[in-house]
Design a protein around this ligand. Structure first.
Ligand SMILES: C[S@@+](CC[C@H](N)C(=O)[O-])C[C@H]1O[C@@H](n2cnc3c(N)ncnc32)[C@H](O)[C@@H]1O
Length: 468
């Protein structure tokens, strides 16, 4: 899924995580100037000519997404873009993403004028042009909204409940930064498959296919792809030289830091983003038991593992919350267990802009309960002295620090290993919380084009711990 989103499109807690960024905390988050800076993020839209070529497809795709109550946009696009010429696909995808992301803002902009998607597309193209009168007029109307939640909801194009939930979680001081970051256009990032090639060789192979790329700043094997050309049509991708994977997701795998030849359980492996990265970290030796409750996702994982030459990955259909014989056979067997738990996905909202319209408040609470249950269940798979790594693609403290701190309070056999201890002081400086305890990739000093917003924590089972 993420693979597809990245192909088409070119990411902290009751302010603890944001306070740890050493950046001055913004005050008066919802002041008038915030609206101006957000409208400025609309820049970079395609030209009117480019937009005209793809207009019918874009309007149809957005209408379909709305009619189907906002399924994953990557799925809608996969189908909708089939008839589009190769050279127009990236522009079409960019416009669909923008119209979905800015749905509330564009509705506000066209209020009382027109209510169709085509009119919102025209409004987008018009206000995306910097000095346009339409933008100045919209700015003035936004500034007249008195209620600060509603103003933020319109400006950042988010439902009011989500603005309130994020403010409750990250604090007023960090709110503006978080909301603005949620609307950035994410970079396209790949992980070089060290089972097949090196980063330098992969960069050269991409260049030979006309794709400029540069190494990521933090992840050891990441490359940021430039331009709009599809990376999936390259010989390097067909050979399994790389996988599309955000830098933050790659860092979670690095935080697992498996010892050579060890056994790792990826307890929520999904389609295998991190499982494949772990298999490569192990150099193809050892074993990665990739568990998931979804057979469809495991099928995709198996397909990707074949292409990647990751023969040390074993996909196992298993529900962590309904232990069967297979799961019982893995009890206390792994020196590393990763729980990349189902979560709101807010840390990847830049790639899945429709999430804001699909997510519901009650879903957030249900997810936190599931995360706690999965972490408790996965704890039984760890060998004494082994490590359990908990990760979410979310910047909410309630899905991150809160879950881990409750787990540690409930199970004294486990103790925290800091992200700083695992990654080293220098490396963790800009990607861990200020106290070095946790990996946190969405920080106020991350800058534009930063990583997705992951949280990860490492806990260790004591040497003499009795199995549960
Ligand atoms: C965030 S996704 C994992 C993404 C994956 N690790 C990656 O890097 O691509 C969470 C996964 O947890 C799986 N899951 C949810 N509940 C589960 C359960 N009770 N047992 C096992 N897997 C579960 C979901 O099917 C989903 O694939």
């Amino acid at each position: 899924m993420k693979e597809r989103v990245q192909a088409i499109h070119a990411t902290p807690g009751r302010s603890l995580a944001w306070h740890t960024t050493r950046r001055p905390v913004y005050k008066a988050a919802m002041d008038r100037s915030s609206a101006a800076s957000t409208l400025a993020t609309l820049a970079g839209a395609p030209s009117a000519d480019e937009a005209a070529r793809v207009r019918p497809v874009v309007v149809a795709a957005v209408d379909e997404a709305r009619a189907r109550s906002w399924p994953f946009l990557s799925d809608v696009l996969e189908h909708a873009l089939r008839p589009v010429a190769d050279e127009d696909r990236a522009v079409a995808a960019q416009l669909v993403h923008a119209l979905v992301k800015y749905d509330r803002l564009l509705r506000f902009a066209t209020e009382g004028v027109a209510a169709d998607t085509g009119s919102r597309l025209d409004a987008f193209l018009s206000i995306a042009t910097e000095a346009s009168p339409a933008r100045a007029e919209l700015q003035a109307r936004v500034d007249r909204i008195d209620d600060r939640t509603e103003r933020a909801g319109v400006v950042y194009s988010l439902p009011d409940w989500l603005v309130v939930a994020i403010r409750d979680d990250v604090g007023e001081g960090a709110l503006c930064d978080v909301l603005a970051r949620m609307n950035e256009v994410p970079p396209r990032v790949a992980r070089v498959n060290s089972l097949k090639t090196t980063r330098d060789a992969c960069l050269r192979a991409l260049a030979d296919s006309g794709i400029g790329a540069e190494p990521t700043r933090h992840a050891a094997l990441g490359v940021v792809l430039h331009g709009r050309r599809s990376a999936f049509r390259t010989a390097a991708f067909a050979r399994g030289d790389f996988e599309m994977q955000d830098e933050a997701s790659q860092l979670v795998a690095e935080l697992v830091a498996p010892a050579p030849r060890c056994s790792v359980v990826d307890a929520c492996a999904g389609a295998g983003g991190k499982a494949l990265a772990l298999a490569a970290l192990l150099g193809g030796r050892g074993r990665v038991f990739a568990l998931d409750a979804s057979e469809d996702k495991l099928d995709e994982l198996r397909r990707r593992a074949r292409r990647a030459g990751a023969s040390n990955v074993q996909a196992i259909h298993s529900d962590l919350l309904a232990p069967d014989d297979t799961l019982r056979g893995l009890q206390a067997r792994a020196s590393r267990v990763l729980v990349d738990a189902p979560c709101t996905g807010l840390g990847a909202i830049r790639r899945n802009p429709e999430l804001r319209w699909r997510l519901r408040p009650e879903r957030v609470e249900a997810l936190v309960r599931t995360q706690e249950a999965l972490l408790r269940a996965a704890a039984s798979l760890v060998t004494p002295r082994g490590r359990l790594v908990y990760a979410t693609c979310s910047f909410l403290r309630r899905e991150g620090e809160d879950v881990v701190e409750r787990f540690l309070a409930d199970d004294p056999r486990f103790s925290l290993v800091t992200a700083r201890d695992v990654l080293g002081r220098a490396r963790s400086e800009s990607i861990a919380t200020h106290d070095g305890r946790y990996l946190r990739t969405w920080r106020a000093d991350g800058g534009p084009g930063g990583m997705d917003g992951f949280f990860a924590a490492v806990v260790r089972l004591s040497a003499g711990a009795a199995p549960v």
